[in-house]
Design a protein around this ligand. Structure first.
Ligand SMILES: OC[C@H]1O[C@H](O[C@H]2O[C@H](CO)[C@@H](O)[C@H](O)[C@H]2O)[C@H](O)[C@@H](O)[C@@H]1O
Length: 630
């Protein structure tokens, strides 16, 4: 049975339909300060303002009582079609009712203010002139007539504080919250009425007629006063995204659409004020349906972001690398000079985790976590991720910025100091520390890249010392990290497999023809897969401190594609890539995991990890195809 067949069967067998839409049914909007998830019925079920990691005002994603904002035809829940405007994060939803057709367009507004210079692909937008802190929703009746409904019911602080509204005394088309944090301002050309904690508007549109509503949480001067300005702002936002995307070098290939969508998702997960990226838009979408593997991903992991830069590099998008290097240069290291494994998007260090037991969780998956307890973990792969991206950036820009050299030195020293120590590993296991092979091989990456950087800087003493340490690490891994059958292990005390050892291929730890690499890739492809998709490890073989079985991990599946391509098995790589592309959400998005049994996405959404690995996998195959043609 294919994954799609399984999904159809699972849906047919469901007797009581869940009130929560499947994760993959959500559309993603972004203004590079925050993002929204729009359900198929036209309801914004997730929005945190003003920033990605702020408390939610619309939190129906995690509890049906925690706030929503619907704009669509009255009493109709299923749209006819949903698409992004090509090359943008602007959503268009088409509805067919018994009496007519309606088109709704949704965007979080981003781009230069009116009158400001147009943004060109490689020019940074003027400071804080990027997001209008405004959600704009427009509707046009395409045919016949349609009764349009708007219901706006925010609940502040993750569903804790219902909104109190007041209509503006001088303008009844404006409703503002009077107890909000921040204050919200709703404007529409529909007649507005306050019903307790919600504002509602309803109106019949005839063919050719338009309507709009906007919700703002900052500067009221940027709120469009009428439908035509609302429409113009959506056009400007469309232009903004297309202009940004035009700066990417995306090959003219059949995978152009998924590559573009992935680039737009990653850019949409970037917090423009600091250049940090969030790992995903959401918190606590479950990795195990109904289970406890629920995490808050609205933070910046050094690992995730540096992998992101590597992916953007494939698309020649270097501006983001420049921004993130500045973020790295600015963040505060810990006392021993090491970087934390993750930070807040504003660079803050304390991400203490708490649970919100008053929320039902997505489809009953509890707890809902705010903050992430992994923030002070020791994960020794981080130094390698950071140094690999500094080297990539240096090669691309043909210079090693002076401000980055102290980071090179401190990260190389940290890797030297810790590579022999056990850690929590790349998967942030909450069990006992172990000698994870992928952590050690990323320490090898750290010293290998640091040695190259020292050579570029002309520091031959450090270059030689770091090269020497890199060789010691390599020897240690080959002595203790390879099982008797010649496969890289998860950690030194087990023969269990772990998909993170595929990083040995991706970071060039051994030459591509090395037998141990081939054995590892084959073992993962055949023994660590479900329906052809890759698990990061088997939860029954690994103590990660959690209960419940999780889905297959999408980054690992794309890593396998990259590894197959890098080790010369191009046909298999291509086949697997095509299969992975078929399981994208209807709008081309990926969550963190895929439940291959039930054919559904699991975990936080959309997830940078999955999209960045898609870009690298596609890039490697396309490059190999080109090289073969030469
Ligand atoms: O599975 C346990 C851990 O899961 C999360 O970590 C995962 O997401 C991170 C962000 O994308 C990624 O960097 C890491 O490699 C993944 O394992 C969660 O954030 C952890 O707290 C949790 O222990």
């Amino acid at each position: 049975m294919t994954a799609i067949d399984a999904r159809v069967t699972a849906e047919q067998n469901t007797t009581v339909p869940s009130p929560f839409p499947p994760i993959a049914q959500y559309a993603f909007l972004s203004d590079c300060h925050t993002g929204a998830l729009v359900a198929p019925d036209g309801s914004v079920d997730w929005l945190c303002v003003p920033a990605f990691d702020s408390p939610s005002v619309f939190g129906s994603l995690l509890d049906r009582e925690a706030g929503m904002f619907r704009f669509g035809p009255y009493a109709i829940a299923h749209p006819t079609a949903r698409v992004y405007r090509p090359g943008t994060n602007v959503l268009e939803t088409t509805w067919r009712t018994t009496s007519g057709w309606l088109l709704v367009t949704d965007a979080l507004i981003i781009g230069p203010r009116e009158g400001a210079d147009t943004v060109t692909p490689h020019t940074r937008p003027p400071a804080d002139d990027d997001a209008a802190h405004l959600l704009v929703r427009t509707a046009v009746c395409l045919k016949g007539q349609v009764e349009l409904e708007m219901v706006c019911e925010p609940v502040f602080d993750y569903g804790r504080t219902p909104a109190a509204w007041a209509l503006a005394a001088d303008d009844p088309s404006i409703a503002a919250t009077v107890n909000g944090s921040p204050d919200l301002r709703l404007r529409s050309d529909l007649p507005l009425g306050i019903e307790g904690t919600r504002v509602r508007g309803r109106h019949v549109l005839h063919a050719g007629e338009r309507a709009y509503c906007t919700l703002s949480w900052a500067d009221p001067s940027r709120v469009p006063p009428d439908s035509s300005r609302a429409h113009a702002m959506i056009e400007a936002t469309t232009e903004y995204w297309r202009t940004w995307l035009a700066g990417a070098r995306i090959p003219d290939h059949r995978w152009r659409d998924p590559l573009q969508r992935s680039a737009l998702v990653i850019k949409g997960l970037t917090y423009m004020p600091t250049g940090a990226t969030v790992a995903a838009l959401t918190t606590s979408l479950p990795e195990t349906p109904g289970g406890e593997r629920n995490w808050d991903y609205r933070y910046t992991w050094m690992r995730d972001t540096t992998f992101t830069l590597k992916a953007l590099h494939w698309l020649n998008l270097e501006w983001e690398a420049e921004e993130f290097m500045q973020f790295v240069a600015d963040v505060e290291a810990t006392e021993d000079g090491s970087l934390q494994i993750m930070y807040g998007i504003d660079g803050r260090r304390d991400l203490t985790e708490s649970t919100r037991d008053d929320l039902s969780g997505y489809d009953g998956a509890q707890p809902v976590r705010i903050g992430n307890g992994a923030f002070d973990q020791r994960q020794n792969d981080v130094y390698g991720s950071v140094l690999a991206s500094i080297l990539l950036h240096t090669r691309h820009s043909r210079r090693l910025p002076r401000r980055l050299w102290p980071i090179v030195v401190s990260q190389a020293e940290c890797a030297t100091a810790v590579w022999q120590e056990p850690d929590q590993g790349i998967w942030e296991a909450r069990g006992e520390p172990q000698h994870y092979v992928s952590s050690k091989l990323m320490c090898w990456v750290a010293l290998d890249r640091a040695a190259t950087l020292a050579g570029i800087r002309g520091d031959s003493t450090r270059a030689a010392a770091w090269r020497d340490t890199a060789e010691q690490i390599r020897a240690d891994i080959l002595a203790h990290g390879v099982s008797e059958r010649g496969v890289l292990r998860q950690h030194y005390a087990t023969d269990a497999l772990d998909a993170s050892t595929l990083l040995a291929v991706l970071f060039g730890f051994l030459p591509p023809h090395d037998e141990r690499l081939h054995n590892t890739v084959e073992a993962i492809a055949t023994e660590l897969t479900e329906h052809g998709y890759v698990l990061r490890y088997r939860t029954d073989e690994t103590d990660d401190g959690m209960s419940g079985k999780e889905g297959t991990f999408l980054i690992c599946s794309f890593w396998l594609v990259s590894a197959l391509a890098a080790t010369g098995r191009l046909d298999r790589a291509r086949d697997m890539m095509e299969r992975l592309l078929t399981i994208a959400s209807p709008l081309g998005l990926y969550a963190e995991e895929f439940d291959a049994e039930a054919g559904r996405h699991l975990g936080n959404f959309p997830q940078a990890f999955s999209h960045l690995a898609l870009i690298e996998a596609a890039g490697r195959i396309i490059l190999s195809e080109l090289l073969k043609e030469l």
